[in-house]
Design a protein around this ligand. Sequence first.
Ligand SMILES: NC(=O)C1=CN([C@@H]2O[C@H](COP(=O)(O)OP(=O)(O)OC[C@H]3O[C@@H](n4cnc5c(N)ncnc54)[C@H](OP(=O)(O)O)[C@@H]3O)[C@@H](O)[C@H]2O)C=CC1
Ligand SMILES: CC(=O)[C@H](N)C(=O)O
Length: 251
Amino acid sequence: MKKTALITGASSGFGAACARTLAEKGWQLVLTARRAERLAALQRELSAQTPVHTLALDVRDAEAVAASFASLPPEFAEVDLLVNNAGLALGLEPAHEASLEDWDTMVDTNVKGVMYCTRAILPGMVARNRGHVVNIGSVAGSWPYPGGNVYGATKAFVQQFSRNLRADLLGTAVRVTNIEPGMAETEFSKVRFKGDDEMAGRVYTGTEALQPADIADIVAWVASVPARVNVNSVEVMSVHQAWGPLAVDRS
Ligand SMILES: NC(=O)C1=CN([C@@H]2O[C@H](COP(=O)(O)OP(=O)(O)OC[C@H]3O[C@@H](n4cnc5c(N)ncnc54)[C@H](OP(=O)(O)O)[C@@H]3O)[C@@H](O)[C@H]2O)C=CC1
Ligand SMILES: CC(=O)[C@H](N)C(=O)O
């Protein structure tokens, strides 16, 4: 029987790449994000390969997360792998100029979204004594950079939440991994710069960033090691990056 992976933020970037890679490796998929049409397209692409269930969902909505995860079709209900990937950065202003609304959105998505999804899926994993939570943190959670203020802090939360989950889950076979990617070429910068494609493009100019499939390969790897092994964290950067995300010239 195929194992089930539930991926949040599967409509683009790392999440969509994880869907493709895990489908290739024989997983069946529950794909979630807000953009239902993107999920439907990915489902059409992958469904010849593996069963796919899609769920249009905003991870900031605790009740919707709990209700939809509790009412998955029976054949998808036992989630073996939760990839907490949905997330975003908004703005790159210094703290004294940043928008409180952007800060709230980042905390609601990157912190509370991860909490809500984890809380909804974990009881089943513990009851079955089987499962794996893979959180997508960021090098921005450990390495400072100008304008990284709240985004980086949300990823520091993800790092420590991952460690603390392991403490709570000691004595069970449920695994937790925090993956901390460096700069990667996805829709991340388009979102951060609110559709300013020129600004977003500058992030990747003159360098070679990670690609979504690079992160998907790591997710597939941490999920494939022997059940006794917990890969606690993986920090991964482009060979062209050695510390915090590259600052972008805002002028
Ligand atoms: N790209 C990078 O350089 C790095 C990214 N990361 C992290 O990787 C993760 C994936 O980002 P990446 O693939 O790069 O960026 P993308 O913008 O390509 O993907 C982000 C995904 O998150 C989903 N999402 C955002 N907000 C919500 C929400 N409220 N509810 C549900 N889904 C949501 C989006 O779907 P939709 O809009 O359809 O809801 C989309 O599928 C994020 O957590 C990001 O912080 C970490 C390190 C580096
Ligand atoms: C490394 C990331 O999370 C992101 N690309 C950023 O610029 O902060």
